[in-house]
Design a protein around this ligand. Structure first.
Ligand code: 3PG
Length: 335
C-alpha cells in the first residue's frame, strides 16, 4: 500500500513490459514531509520515522527553515505534510503538486488556509488533545511566575484559594482545571460551545458569559482558538472587569488580544499583569511600559516538550497512514 504510482490502465506500458520491468522502477513510495520551523524533539522525529517507514513511505525533514521558499521547494513532490504552527497558504498549496493531506501536529489550525486546502483537494487534519497537558502545565507555570512577581525577590501571593477563570473549556482548558485544582484554586469556566454538565463533572463552576468570567476571577487563562469571532475579542472593556490585581494568561493565540486596548488598560490599571506564551506584535511597547507586570516567552513554548512532540507528531504520522490505507478522515477540519 505504500506507493503513489502503481501501474495503471493509463500507463503506456504493455503487459509484456509489465513482466519484464522491475517493479521498483515503476513505483514511487509516498513521500511524507515534516516541515517544522520550530522542530520536534529528536525522539519524536524518530517515532514519526518509524511509523512512516513501517508503512513503506519515505520521510523527508525540513526543520528550522527560515524562508518560505525552502518550504515551497521541499513540498513540491510530497504526498503528505506534517506541520506545527507553520503556515500553509494558497501559495504553499499551489507548490504542492502531489499533496493529498496536511496534518497540523497540534490543536489550532488557524495557520492552514482551509478553503485553499479544499480547493486543492487536500485533506487538512489536526491532532486534538495530544499536546494539551504540556500547554496546560505552562499556563500554570506562568500563573505562579505572575503571582510571585516574576521572581524579583519581593513577597508575592499563592494560587491556593484564588479564583481561576478558564476561557474555553476544550482539551487544554480541562487540563488547566485539573492541575489548578491540585493547587487548591477555585475553578470557573466559560465556553459557549460546552455544556455545563461537562464542567460540573470536572468540578468546575460554569459561568454563562465572558463578562461574568472576567468579573469573577483573579486569574483568567485563555484557551480560545483564533477565529473571525474571537480575534481582538479580549479587549479593554472585558479585561477591565477583572478584580484588583488581576492576571491574564495567554497560551492560546496572540490574535485574540486587542493589543492597543490592553496597553491602554494596563497603563490605567497598574494592578494588572499580562503573561503570554505568544509574543504580541507590540512586544517592545509592552516590555517598555510594563516592566514587572508583563512577560512573553521568546518563542511559543507551550507544546514544546518531548512528550507533547511525541504524542502529536506520532498521532499525525498515524493519521496519515490511516488516511492513505483506510481512508480514515476522522480528524479532518476542512470540508
Ligand atoms: C497548538 O495549537 O497545538 C499549540 O498552540 C502548539 O503550537 P506549536 O506546535 O506551534 O508549538
Amino acid at each position: 500500500m505504500g506507493y503513489s504510482y502503481l501501474i495503471s490502465a493509463n500507463n503506456p506500458i504493455n503487459k509484456a513490459q509489465h513482466k519484464s520491468i522491475e517493479l521498483t522502477t515503476l513505483i514511487k513510495p509516498m513521500k511524507v514531509l515534516v516541515a517544522t520551523e520550530k522542530p520536534f524533539a529528536k525522539v519524536a522525529v524518530d517515532g514519526i520515522r518509524e511509523v512512516i517507514e513501517a508503512a513503506g513511505y519515505e520521510l523527508a525533514l525540513l526543520e528550522k527553515y527560515t524562508a518560505k521558499q525552502q518550504l515551497l521547494e521541499a513540498i513540491a513532490d510530497a504526498d503528505a505534510l506534517i506541520i506545527r504552527s507553520d503556515v500553509v497558504d494558497a501559495e504553499v498549496l499551489d507548490a504542492a503538486k502531489q499533496l493529498k493531506i496536511v496534518v497540523r501536529a497540534g490543536a489550532g489550525y488557524d495557520n492552514i488556509d482551509l478553503e485553499a486546502a479544499t480547493a486543492h483537494k487536500v485533506v487538512a487534519m489536526n491532532t486534538p488533545g495530544q499536546n494539551s497537558n504540556a500547554v496546560a502545565e505552562l499556563a500554570l507555570g506562568l500563573m505562579v511566575y505572575a503571582v510571585r512577581n516574576l521572581y524579583n525577590g519581593t513577597s508575592g501571593t499563592e494560587l491556593k484559594g484564588k479564583k481561576l477563570g478558564i476561557h474555553a473549556f476544550g482539551n487544554v482548558g480541562r487540563n488547566v482545571a485539573r492541575i489548578a485544582q491540585g493547587f487548591g484554586m477555585e475553578v470557573y469556566a466559560y465556553d459557549a460551545y460546552c455544556p455545563d454538565e461537562a464542567m460540573t463533572a470536572a468540578g468546575v463552576t460554569p459561568l454563562h458569559s465572558a463578562q461574568e468570567l472576567y468579573k469573577t476571577c483573579d486569574i483568567v487563562s485563555l484557551h480560545i482558538p483564533a477565529t473571525a469571532e474571537t480575534k481582538n475579542s479580549i479587549n479593554y472593556e472585558l479585561v477591565n472587569l477583572m478584580p484588583k490585581g488581576g492576571v491574564l494568561v495567554n497560551t492560546a493565540r496572540k490574535e485574540v488580544i486587542d493589543e492597543d486596548g490592553l496597553i491602554k488598560l494596563m497603563q490605567e490599571r497598574t494592578d494588572l499583569k499580562y503573561m503570554t506564551d505568544i509574543m504580541p506584535a507590540a512586544d517592545v511597547k509592552f516590555r517598555e511600559l510594563f516592566e514587572g507586570r508583563y512577560f512573553a516567552t521568546p518563542k511559543k513554548m507551550g507544546a514544546q516538550t518531548a512528550e507533547a512532540n511525541i504524542n502529536a507528531g506520532i498521532a499525525a504520522a498515524k493519521q496519515i497512514v490511516d488516511f492513505f490505507q483506510n481512508g480514515n478522515t476522522r480528524f479532518q477540519v476542512n470540508k
